[in-house]
Design a protein around this ligand. Structure first.
Ligand code: ATP
Ligand code: MG
Length: 239
């Protein structure tokens, strides 16, 4: 790892000896409510790095284009350097969170008749406003072809992840992806894919096994227990 290029709320980006690759180091920080709520949870960085590596490997096996190269140590992934698009792509199978809060059509837990893909601008100051496809085009965030491509990749990720989680006894309620363009301009799934960016419910009991445990104010001990439980299901073995 050479120089620090960027630091966000939960990860640090370092340059590497190759100009096409960077390192993503996962921190132990946990945040919610656009960064207003913040704690440090020792061990979370390892959990999130290893869960991300496992899920990215799974997507790569299914020929879904991602930035993943390899896990280089317990908290660090080597990835293809991308020009990130500052948009969060959310895919929902079941109503929860914002969807229940902002629209009158659903109650928490209602199954959607088909997966819903939404776009949000990554901008904590403006509380990540919802973007229409017209916004994406006119604001210069994505071209028409890219929007179609992003939607196709997101649907495919949903199928693969949903099946994978179901086998582990987990319901994939929703998840968030971030995309970027590699040096050839090809779209790839970037950033992270772990317990911070998806809702997972126990298929039998409906219990939340994700960051909602933190959002709703459970003790940090309970939050770490939850992350550890999901880690064991997804990655297997001890941390
Ligand atoms: N493959 C990649 N190449 C370059 N940068 C990446 C790649 N994957 C993720 N990043 C960047 O890593 C940074 C750190 O991630 P982190 O999740 O901590 O940021 P954040 O707090 O969510 O928000 P922000 O992106 O606004 O800084 C982000 O800016 C993200 O865009
Ligand atoms: Mg982030």
């Amino acid at each position: 790892m050479l120089n620090k290029i960027a630091e966000g709320k939960t990860k640090i980006v370092y340059s590497s000896t190759s100009s096409d690759e960077v390192f993503l180091k996962f921190k132990d920080d946990i945040t919610a409510l656009d960064g207003e709520k913040h704690n440090v949870l020792p061990g979370k960085g390892v959990i999130n790095a290893k869960v991300s590596a496992k899920i990215f490997s799974l997507l790569e096996e299914k020929d879904i284009p991602t930035h993943f190269v390899k896990l280089v140590d317990d908290t660090t992934m080597k990835v293809k350097k991308l020009k990130m698009i500052p948009v969060e792509v959310v895919c929902r199978n079941v109503a929860a969170g914002h969807l229940v809060k902002n629209y009158p059509f659903f109650r928490k837990g209602d199954k959607l008749k088909e997966p819903l893909i939404e776009f949000f601008l990554k901008d904590d100051l403006h509380h990540d406003p919802l973007l229409s496809e017209e916004h994406l085009k006119i604001f210069g965030l994505m071209e028409e072809k890219e929007i179609e491509n992003v939607k196709r990749i997101t649907r495919r990720v949903n199928e693969v992840l949903r099946e994978f989680m179901e086998k582990l006894g987990l319901q994939l309620v929703d998840f968030k992806l971030e995309f970027g363009r590699d040096k050839e301009g090809k779209l790839r799934v970037g950033d992270e894919l772990n317990i911070d960016c998806m809702r997972l419910w126990d298929l039998k009991t409906g219990e939340s096994l994700d960051k909602d445990v933190y959002r709703k104010g459970e003790s940090l001990e309970k939050v770490l227990q939850t992350y550890t439980k999901v880690y064991k299901l997804i990655v297997g073995g001890e941390i």
